[in-house]
Design a protein around this ligand. Structure first.
Ligand code: NAP
Length: 312
C-alpha cells in the first residue's frame, strides 16, 4: 500500500524523523521557496502536515492542501495556526504539552537566577581577567522577592514550584483565577506593580499580542525584571528596548523574540539583557519525547483511534 504523504515544514528531532520517513512519503519544505516547489511538484494528496510551535499555517496555505486531515506540531504553542480555518475544513490539530513543561520551567528559573545574580556579567568578568582589578559588584537576592507569573498553566505552575523553593513569593494573573495558594491581582498592571520579576508564561497569538507594553513596563518599575519564555509577540519589543535604555526597568531575561531568529541590535548589545535562542525545550530527552508524541498522534489518526493530545 502506498504511504500517505506528509508535508514537513519543520523536521521532527533526529531520533524520530527516520521513523516518520518509514510511515510517510515526506515532502520537506523548510523555506517558502521549497514549500512552493513541494506544493506544485507533489503528485500525491498531502494528508498530514508536520511543524513546530512557531510554524505558520494560515488559511491561504490550507487552501492549497485540500486533502489535509491532520496537523501535528512539535511544541505546545499553536498561535501560528488558523484554528477557525482548520475547524471549518475538519482538519485536526495536535501539539506536545506536558512533556516539555519541566525543561521550559527550568529555563525560566535559570533566567531569573542569571538576571538577579548577574551571572553572565560575572562570567564575562573572568573571561576578561578583570578580577585582579577588584571584586565583582554585588547582585540582588531572590529570597522574599515577588515573582508575578502571567499565565499559571502547566509551565507557569512548574515555574511557581521552582521559585517557591528559592524562597520567592508567587503572584499570578490570567483570565481566570484558580484554587491555588498564590495572590491573584485582578489585572496585568496590578501584577506588574506587585512584582519584582514579571514572568510571561501565557500563549502567543492575537489575544496576548503586545500585552506587555510601555504601561506595563513602567508599572514593573526601575528595579523590576522582565522574563519571557512565552512568545515574543506578547511583548512590545520597541517599548521594551526604550524601557531598558531609559532605566524604566532594571533588566530582562528573554528566550523568545518578536521576529525570531532576528533580534534588534539594541537588544543584542544591551548589557542588562540576558538572551537565549528559544531553547526552552531544547534538550535531547525532551525533544525526542515531543517528536515521539507527534508520531504517536499521527499513528492514532491514521489508525482511526483517538488522538493523544488533540487541540481540535
Ligand atoms: P497552558 O497550560 O495552556 O497555560 C497557559 C496559561 O496562560 C493558562 O493558565 C491560561 O489561563 C493563561 N492564558 C491564556 N490566555 C491568556 C490571556 N489572554 N491572558 C492571560 N493569560 C492567559 O500552556 P503551557 O503548556 O503552560 O504553555 C504556555 C506557553 O508557553 C505556550 O503557549 C507557549 O507559547 C510557551 N512555550 C514556550 C516554550 C519555549 O521554548 N520558550 C516552550 C513551550 C511553550 P486562563 O485560561 O485562565 O487565561
Amino acid at each position: 500500500m502506498a504511504l500517505p504523504t506528509a508535508l514537513v515544514l519543520a523536521p521532527l528531532p533526529p531520533a524520530i524523523q527516520p521513523l516518520l520517513e518509514q510511515r510517510f512519503h515526506c515532502l520537506h519544505a523548510p523555506s517558502p521557496a521549497a514549500l512552493e516547489t513541494a506544493l506544485t511538484a507533489s503528485p500525491y494528496p498531502i494528508r498530514a502536515l508536520v511543524g513546530h510551535g512557531s510554524t505558520q499555517v494560515p488559511a491561504s496555505l490550507l487552501d492549497q492542501l485540500p486533502h489535509l486531515e491532520i496537523i501535528t506540531l512539535c511544541g505546545v504553542g499553536y498561535d501560528g495556526v488558523d484554528l477557525p480555518a482548520c475547524r471549518a475544513r475538519g482538519i485536526r490539530l495536535t501539539n506536545t504539552p506536558d512533556v516539555l513543561t519541566d525543561d521550559v520551567a527550568d529555563i525560566a528559573t535559570a533566567l531569573v537566577l542569571l538576571t538577579s545574580r548577574r551571572l553572565i556579567e560575572a562570567n564575562r568578568f573572568l573571561h576578561q581577567n578583570a578580577w585582579p582589578q577588584g571584586p565583582f559588584p554585588l547582585a540582588s537576592a531572590l529570597r522574599g522577592k515577588t515573582a508575578g507569573i502571567l499565565g499559571l498553566g502547566r509551565i507557569g505552575k512548574a515555574i511557581a514550584t521552582r521559585l517557591t523553593a528559592l524562597g520567592m513569593t508567587i503572584a499570578y494573573h490570567s483570565r481566570h483565577p484558580q484554587p491555588v495558594p498564590h495572590t491573584y491581582p485582578p489585572s496585568l498592571i496590578d501584577l506588574a506593580t506587585a512584582s519584582d520579576f514579571l514572568i510571561l508564561a501565557c500563549p502567543g497569538g492575537p489575544a496576548t499580542h503586545h500585552l506587555v507594553d510601555a504601561t506595563i513596563l513602567s508599572a514593573l518599575g526601575p528595579t523590576g525584571t522582565l522574563i519571557n519564555i512565552a512568545r515574543g509577540s506578547v511583548v512590545d519589543e520597541a517599548a521594551l528596548i526604550h524601557a531598558l535604555e531609559s532605566n524604566l526597568i532594571h533588566n530582562v531575561g528573554l528566550d523568545v523574540f518578536e521576529h525570531e531568529p532576528h533580534l534588534p541590535p539594541a537588544l543584542i548589545n544591551h548589557p542588562r539583557a540576558v538572551l537565549l535562542p528559544h531553547v526552552g525545550s531544547a534538550t535531547t530527552e525532551t525533544r525526542t519525547a515531543m517528536g515521539q508524541l507527534c508520531l504517536d498522534n499521527l499513528d492514532a489518526h491514521f489508525a482511526q483511534k483517538p488522538l493523544l493530545t488533540p487541540v481540535i
